[in-house]
Design a protein around this ligand. Structure first.
Ligand SMILES: NC(=O)c1ccc[n+]([C@@H]2O[C@H](COP(=O)([O-])OP(=O)(O)OC[C@H]3O[C@@H](n4cnc5c(N)ncnc54)[C@H](O)[C@@H]3O)[C@@H](O)[C@H]2O)c1
Length: 486
């Protein structure tokens, strides 16, 4: 396996990594500071110039974050070559080494060679993305009759510095009437056969304070990125969406089905056999973050409608929790976390004295909110299932949404109890009022993903607790680095 660091140098050999955290503190615990070492020229000077090979890649944008890193690992395990793009705004380069360590161990145990893992430290909005995509494209000269692409598109597709002489000769019309010598044209084919897009800011609270930052990265960034992908003929796109797009619909107290939030009019048959019509739109989105997800979905739906050669799946995550069972890969954000499990982890380790439970007067068995907690490894596998379904033509429309959840709800108090039992520690809690915009019950209807993606969540809340504790206690071991959680 090849891992390129942002400096373009190869990372240490996989054999130097171990799954033991304490054996490899430097590899797994030292966060790198945000750097931007990649310049346009680096791409061309890349010692690992994959332009000479023919291997397909999946590009994972935001691939070192919580869900992205687990997905990259599952992609490697499923034998996909992976190109990770991440600007490390909410993650650390050490995550790449953790993924690599686990994958190395996995493939060594099976006596198989590992797929390629490439990394570029890059904002996906950066102009350098064009060079990266160009370096994953192959160019060939073919007969014009084979390629119905207009010449201006072909010229636009040329890499900088391409010798124009061949094209100019045919443009001049010299060979126009000679059927025996068809005009040569440049064909470009990308080795990137699919893109999974995780790169977004995700704090609801921060999005209310800094909406422009969120719309710029989450919405404008995606729009420009899609234009670039289209230019390179990459039209297989998996988008990280969220149950937040259901807005007020999440208050209905029953599992949420995808048709509760659509972007173009749809008809569907309800569980009671009645045919229903749905009109686009959703009520009750309460934050710029939630709106950014809804907007992105709408944009994607419009693109797919205008050009059905796209295959776009928007995966609506419910509540991702848990981490890899090794205990070395988990949720490790740069920014202060606000979601339940990382906060519980900081209470377990003593960094935070008490866990606030928001709302204890919901109409639920113990009064705390019910959520569909899905193990992040199950969630990661949902992305592989989406890619496979798309490749097999099982995705029913050029734009399709899927809930990724378990279909089963747990209260916040059940999660706390489960983690306490696993850790053998008490988690002090403080009951506080509901937060604005919270809902009492948010659980996925999962039939569509089961039928069309052949995917189902398999792990339980107990699995999540074991893995979270494994990760949390691993980070509590005394080490010499100053990025310890406790
Ligand atoms: N974690 C959740 O509870 C949850 C729930 C629903 C949806 N989502 C969505 O899933 C996706 C991934 O979430 P996560 O929990 O892994 O978040 P994360 O913050 O851990 O990961 C996002 C990654 O993207 C990177 N990134 C952000 N902006 C970037 C940019 N402009 N260029 C390159 N890299 C960039 C960050 O450095 C980070 O590594 C996000 O789109 C998020 O909105 C998350």
């Amino acid at each position: 396996m090849d891992v390129l660091s942002s400096s373009g140098t190869a990372s240490p050999s996989p054999s130097t990594f171990s799954l033991s955290v304490s054996d490899t503190p430097g590899a797994v615990n030292t966060p790198d500071t945000t750097r931007s070492l990649l310049f346009d020229d680096d791409v061309a000077a890349d010692p690992l110039d994959i332009a000479t090979t023919n291997t397909p890649f999946i590009m994972v944008v935001g691939g070192l974050g919580y869900i992205g890193s687990h997905t990259v690992l599952e992609l490697l395990k499923a034998n996909y070559n992976v190109l990770v793009i991440d600007d490390l705004s909410n993650s650390y380069e050490s995550v790449l080494h953790r993924v690599k360590a686990i994958a190395t161990e996995h493939f060594a145990s099976q006596d198989r060679s590992m797929p390629a893992l490439h990394f570029r430290q890059l904002d996906y909005r950066s102009a350098c993305m064009r060079s990266v995509l160009a370096s994953y494209s192959s160019y060939s000269i073919g007969a014009k009759s084979d390629v119905p692409t207009p010449m201006e598109d072909v010229v636009r597709a040329l890499p900088r510095g391409f010798p124009f002489s061949a094209l100019q000769r045919t443009d001049s019309g010299i060979d126009m009437d000679d059927d025996a010598s068809p005009e040569p044209v440049l064909r470009r084919e990308s080795r990137i056969t699919g893109v999974i897009h995780f790169a977004a800011y995700k704090s609801v609270e921060e999005s209310i304070r800094q909406p422009l930052r969120y719309y710029s990265n989450n919405v404008c960034g995606m729009v420009d990125f899609l234009s670039l992908l289209e230019e390179f003929g990459i039209k297989n796109f998996v988008f990280s969406s969220s149950a937040t797009v259901y807005g007020e619909g999440a208050n209905c107290g029953v599992p949420l089905r995808e048709e509760l939030c659509v972007h173009h009019p749809e008809t569907f048959v309800d569980s009671d056999g009645t045919e229903r019509q749905v009109i686009p739109g959703v009520l009750g989105l309460t934050s710029p973050y939630g709106r950014s997800k809804f907007m992105c979905e709408s944009i994607l739906a419009d693109i797919a409608r205008s050009d059905p050669t796209w295959s776009i799946t928007a995966l609506r995550y419910f509540n991702p929790v848990g981490c890899h069972e090794s205990g070395i890969l988990g949720e490790d954000p740069r920014q202060k976390p606000s979601n339940l499990i990382p906060v519980v982890a900081t209470v377990l380790t003593g960094t935070k004295p008490v866990l606030d439970i928001f709302g204890t007067d919901w109409n639920t068995p113990d009064g705390t909110a019910v959520r569909d907690f899905i193990h992040v490894v199950d969630l990661a596998r949902g992305h592989i299932a989406a890619l496979a379904a798309s490749a097999a033509g099982r995705v029913k429309a050029p734009f399709r949404t899927y809930n990724l959840g378990t279909g089963r709800g747990h209260t916040v108090r059940e999660v706390v109890t489960s983690l306490q039992a696993t850790a053998g520690r008490t988690i002090p809690v403080r009951e506080v009022g509901r937060r604005a915009g919270d809902v009492g019950f948010c659980v996925a209807e999962v039939g569509r993903a089961e039928t069309e993606l052949s995917w189902r969540a398999e792990k339980t809340l107990a699995d999540c607790s074991v893995d979270v504790w494994n990760f949390t206690k691993g980070r509590c071991q005394p080490q010499s680095h100053d990025d310890m959680v406790c």
